[in-house]
Design a protein around this ligand. Structure first.
Ligand code: SAM
Ligand code: SF4
Length: 473
């Protein structure tokens, strides 16, 4: 049975604001006594939801008087926001936490916080308790609003704090947020997931679906647009079931349609949509909208019906391709991306060939591809596993095929003029700037510092596998 959700009450938020003020006073005293401000370093692993959560953690830390630093050695507060989706993400988190041991040895007043999806799992809580004694505070993703209270208590001499999660809280409305970008923003519209895909840990660590109130979401988007944000992404594990938990006759398509009415020069993205309830109504709203980006991220996971069944995805390839065809019928210019897992336990050679055939048919613009990673406590982890060498070989074949399809799609943009949100200098080459089309394609062009955070029209001269190259017109 679904757990009841509990909105964070204004009283809970007020209580945390009081704790922020208390920590602020301690940090002010330190700054006056030592002539030096305490600093916070935040490290985020995993998905966009974690990035959004980290912006709230940083917002609270700044309110508590910490200054942001990019250097963990300089920090008095280190926050590691972890991910549990694949084993690799957990190993990375643990290895990074391990590296902070020497910083704590040099600076005993350092507070190390480990939060996020990884630390909801009992075996990981035990790992941290026993093998990482220098970690001070641990809390799960539904309890990020409690960080000020935990930090204050730890600063005041309390024992190490372990608060894995109760998975019922909805959004911490009214708490501060420090956004990474001044023109791109995340807006969480719901938390948790009810789908229990057999490979996935998310429902176990993030709990059941809890939707934010529509007026809170719409007001947040309106404020962002008024502040000049250009690209706003609505987040949820399955945005298509927005509102179902609240029992009102108001769904994600209605929310999107209401957000679209906000006046301004901006685009709206959303992720992720589950194909089992991607409705025609939603696609119609997108097609008629002014601000919703012509981009659909629709994870297929596999092209084989028997694997989809074993994954508990509750659609088959025919249903999936029907949605895709409808998207392209209504919005021929829409880019489509997907997630694919190879090496799921029951996947035979034939199943894998079905996935390749599905990619040929679907012709995605891009995919996020993963080798299946067993997650403790999920049904698929108990099934007979596929050898790593087979997974790798399938993965390589799939990528080679998808790369050729992406190249073919990207070549079709040559000679076209695309509207691109200019993000700034390219990481690898300061002589080049980059941005993204509304469909999420990366575009490189000449430097134009005056256009950072603005839409520019770029004439595409070359389409490559992973990016487009052009000139601003
Ligand atoms: N809720 C989204 C959905 O269902 O499309 C996805 C959320 S998950 C953070 C992102 C992707 O990670 C999934 O679409 C899936 O492809 C992949 N994933 C999840 N669990 C996995 C596992 N155990 N091994 C490999 N990939 C996994
Ligand atoms: Fe995981 Fe499936 Fe939920 Fe996505 S829909 S978060 S893959 S359980």
């Amino acid at each position: 049975m679904a757990e009841a959700s509990k909105a964070l009450s204004p009283l809970d938020a007020k209580r945390q604001i009081e704790y922020m003020e208390r920590v602020f006073s301690l940090n002010e005293k330190h700054a006056i006594d030592m002539g030096l401000r305490r600093k916070v370093f935040v490290l985020t692993l995993g998905c966009q939801q974690n990035e959004a959560d980290s912006e709230r953690l940083l917002g609270m830390a700044l309110k508590m008087g910490y200054e942001k630093t990019e250097v963990p050695d300089d920090a008095s507060l280190i926050i590691v926001n972890t991910c549990a989706i694949r084993e690799h993400a957990e190993k990375r988190a643990l290895s990074l936490v391990g590296q902070y041991k020497h910083i704590k040895a040099k600076n005993p007043e350092l507070i190390i916080v480990v939060c996020g999806c990884m630390v909801v799992q009992e075996h990981r809580v035990n790992d941290i308790k026993h093998r990482y004694p220098y970690v001070d505070i641990l809390f799960g993703p539904s309890l990020i609003h409690k960080m000020p209270e935990h930090i204050y208590n730890r600063m005041s001499g309390s024992k190490r704090i372990f608060d894995p999660d109760d998975k019922i809280y909805t959004f911490a409305e009214g708490l501060p947020v420090c956004r990474e970008s001044s023109f791109k923003a995340w807006v969480s519209i719901m938390y948790g997931c009810n789908n229990f895909c057999s490979y996935c840990i998310v429902p176990y660590v993030r709990g059941r679906e809890r939707s934010r109130k529509r007026e809170d979401v719409i007001n947040e988007v309106r404020e962002l647009v008024e502040k000049g944000y250009k690209d706003i992404t609505l987040l949820g594990q399955n945005v298509n079931s927005y509102g179902v938990d609240s029992g009102f006759d108001y769904d994600f398509a209605d929310l999107l349609s209401d957000i679209d009415k906000i006046e301004g020069d901006y685009i709206i993205h959303f992720m992720t949509s589950h194909p089992k309830n991607a409705s025609k109504k939603l696609i119609d709203v997108m097609a008629d909208s002014k601000h919703v980006a012509r981009h659909f991220h629709l994870p297929m996971q596999s092209g084989s019906d028997s694997v989809l069944r074993a994954m508990n995805r509750r659609y088959d390839f025919e249903k999936y391709i029907g949605i895709l065809d409808y998207i392209r019928e209504k919005m021929p210019e829409c880019t489509v991306s997907s997630d694919i897992i190879v090496g799921f336990p029951t996947e035979t050679d034939k199943d894998f060939e079905d996935t390749l055939a599905a990619l040929e048919r679907a012709r995605f613009d891009m995919i996020y591809s993963f080798q299946y990673s067993p997650r403790k406590g999920t049904p698929a982890a108990e099934m007979v596993q596929i050898e790593q060498s087979v997974k790798q070989e399938r993965f390589d074949r799939m990528l080679a095929l998808q790369n050729s399809i992406s190249l073919e799609n990207n070549k079709k943009t040559e000679g076209k003029t695309l509207r691109v949100l200019c993000e700034g200098e390219s990481k690898n080459n300061t002589d080049t700037y980059f941005g993204r089309t509304e469909g999420g394609k990366i575009v490189f062009f000449e430097p134009c510092p005056e256009n950072i955070g603005k839409f520019v029209d770029v004439n595409i001269e070359r389409g490559d596998t992973f990016a487009l190259y052009g000139k601003i017109i």
